[in-house]
Design a protein around this ligand. Structure first.
Ligand code: ARG
Length: 472
């Protein structure tokens, strides 16, 4: 049986599913280099699901008998049970998940097993498996994204009314509500969810029946298989289907934006938990210490999320480069799609789930946030807008307020420290009502434009978000 001396395969060439035209056993080094079973075994459930639908169709089309179909279905179920019980040995010499399962089927049920691959190629089979697998994953991602959204909404509800500095260029810009900041992330994740759903919709066509790349002369029925597997239809062009990985790329891109959003949050949490900011406190259970500096409490979780963004981006770039310049149709290069897809998937999933926990274990220091809105002339724009309402052109108002700020800076005081008399030296249009305008609360609550930071708008946005989380 075995011919493993001199670096040859453990099985004879004649035992390979494609061994007919070969007269020598495959070199062991070639098997090691070309195998994908070490990572594509995770497609086993979807491979079996696809094979069962294919077998039922073959029987409907009289390409196999009903007895053969039943033997195949039973055999595949038994294989799945064994895999899930840890009683199945995947063999690298059988290359991939498809051939491992098909070989095991034939070993178990004999001749009928050898009929399963009728009118099918591994080229349409792998495309089918990956689509089925990713379609399921999209549903899981939607649940996780919703969890994280719930975390933001809970924080927004808990701290409703708390003010903080809003930044541009990382400089204090305008005061905002903390809840407004939290709901900004809610929006990003809403887009992530809709992007994944959109990608799943385009992915949801069955490639099965494209066979190697030209279709088949056997009387198959692609549509009924597609229907059984809950696809929206079948792919239109067998050559396109054989060499297409757009769906995997789109999925990777959607994951990349999720990871990017998590990474932006991570950066903020790292900054905010520093002594310099002291905006947040991350619970002890979600931080780690230093092996040398006893005082340290480090935000390792957000740092790792930020750091893992590199590999998620790498996965997308890796598959883009694999696809670039590939001639139609299937090329073995396409096997390189799976590892980046799986790695990105695992990484983003882990990041989302730890972020959900992290948000539940993060508290904001509202006094400190409030205090941080005091310095930095953050209501200067409000003063300019006030002048605009008094009929002064905005550019002129901008210049006047610039002068006020420079004056305060020289004296090392805030806008609110100026008396009405002092303010009126800059513009006689300024009246007593200016002091409401210059207060942080007045500033925040004046931003009533749709999507603005005024309490009334943020309350509305929060209610909508809470309702959406109930519904979807
Ligand atoms: N393991 C292969 C892959 O992932 C399956 C398709 C193999 N097709 C072939 N013609 N060798 O792409």
């Amino acid at each position: 049986m075995t011919e493993s001396q001199h670096g040859e395969s453990k099985i004879r060439h004649s035992e390979k599913l494609w061994g007919g035209r070969f007269s020598e056993a495959t070199a062991a080094s070639v098997e090691a280099f070309t195998e994908s079973i070490s990572y594509d075994h995770r497609l086993y459930r979807h491979d079996i699901m696809g094979s069962k639908a294919h077998a039922r169709m073959l029987a409907r089309q009289k390409l196999i008998t009903n007895q053969e179909r039943d033997a195949i279905l039973q055999g595949l179920d038994d294989i799945q049970t064994d895999i899930e019980a840890g009683n199945f040995v995947f063999k690298p010499e059988l290359e991939d998940v498809h051939m491992n399962i098909e070989q095991a089927l034939t070993d178990r049920i004999g001749a009928a097993g050898a009929k399963l691959h009728t009118a099918r190629s591994r080229n349409d089979q792998i495309s089918l498996d990956l689509r089925l697998y990713l379609r399921d994953e999209v549903a899981g991602f939607d649940r996780l994204l919703r969890e994280v959204q719930r975390g933001f909404v809970t924080l927004a509800r808990t701290y409703l009314g708390a003010v903080m500095p809003g930044y541009t260029h990382m400089q204090r810009a305008q005061p905002v509500l903390l809840s407004h900041h939290m709901l900004a992330y809610y929006e990003m994740l809403s887009r992530d969810r809709s992007r994944l759903k959109d990608c799943a919709r385009r992915m949801n066509l069955s490639p099965l029946g494209s066979a190697a790349m030209a279709g088949t002369g056997l009387p198959i029925d692609r549509e009924s298989v597609a229907e059984e597997l809950h696809f929206d239809g079948v792919t239109a062009n067998s050559m396109d289907s054989s060499g297409d990985r757009d769906f995997a790329l789109e999925f990777l891109f959607a994951l990349n934006l999720i990871q990017l959003h998590l990474s932006r949050l991570a950066e903020e949490l790292v900054l905010w938990s520093s002594k310099e900011f002291s905006f947040v406190d991350i619970g002890d259970r979600y931080c780690t210490g230093s092996s040398i500096m006893p005082q340290k409490k480090n935000p390792d979780i957000p740092e790792l999320i930020r750091g893992k963004t590199g590999r998620v981006t790498g996965a997308l770039v890796s598959l883009l480069m694999t696809m670039k310049g590939l001639p139609l149709t299937y090329n073995r290069d396409l096997q390189e799609d799976k590892e980046p897809v799986f790695d990105a998937l695992d990484t983003v999933k882990a990041g989302l789930s730890i972020t959900a926990e992290l948000l539940h274990n993060t508290t904001f220091n509202t006094d400190r946030l409030q205090q941080a809105t005091r310095g930095g002339f953050m209501t200067a724009t409000d003063l300019a807008d006030y002048l605009v309402k008094k009929d002064i052109p905005f550019r002129k108002a901008h210049g006047i307020v610039g002068g006020v700020v420079a004056h305060c800076q020289q004296r090392d005081i805030e806008l609110t420290d100026l008396s009405l008399g002092e303010l009126r030296k800059f513009s006689p249009a300024i009246g007593q009502d200016i002091f409401d305008v210059l207060s942080v609360e007045g500033s925040v609550n004046s931003r009533i434009s749709t999507g603005g930071t005024a309490l009334i708008q943020v309350e509305r946005a929060l209610e909508i978000a809470e309702q959406q989380l109930e519904e979807l």
